[in-house]
Design a protein around this ligand. Structure first.
Ligand code: CMP
Length: 139
């Protein structure tokens, strides 16, 4: 069975460049409903916990330092088959390889600063949604 939620973050560089509005507009255009959303800055410890699955990767430190370097938007999005639908919609991890018109192609800077995060599985979508939001913050 496929889940109907995914977790996204608008990453610090995209926020800094003024892309919150355009990215939220694209998300709405793609038919994703916002279930929950917050504007916040992660501590380094929180970023390390969020990206725990990548702890052994060579880019882990760079990734977690960047993700805690400035404010982000975190949101739960709802759509049928949300995880795959959103991954298709945002484009490849590396903006240089993303299909034209996708969020990462439009608003990404490079592989690390790729505008947005999207959950990679239904199980991770649940874990990541629970990381940011209580049941009282979901509508
Ligand atoms: P994201 O969807 O947030 O999930 C993990 C992130 O790690 C990914 O997007 C990229 O921004 C980042 N990432 C993946 N590979 C590399 C890499 N080789 N160097 C730096 N960052 C990377």
């Amino acid at each position: 069975m496929t889940g109907n939620i995914t977790l996204t973050m608008i990453k610090p560089m995209a926020v800094k460049k003024g892309f919150i509005g355009p990215i939220l507009h694209k998300i709405a255009e793609g038919g994703f409903r916002i279930v929950a959303m917050k504007y916040m800055k992660l501590t380094l410890e929180q970023a390390e916990k969020f990206y725990e699955v990548h702890r052994e990767r060579p880019f882990y430190q760079e990734l977690t330092e960047f993700m805690s370097s400035g404010p982000i938007i975190a949101a739960i999005l709802e759509k049928e088959n949300a995880v795959q639908a959103y991954r298709d919609y945002i484009g490849a991890t590396d903006p240089a390889k993303s299909e034209a018109g996708t969020i990462r192609a439009l608003y990404g800077t490079n592989l690390g600063m790729n505008a947005v995060h999207g959950s990679d599985s239904d199980d991770n979508a649940k874990v990541e949604a629970d990381f940011f939001f209580s049941s009282l913050e979901r509508f």
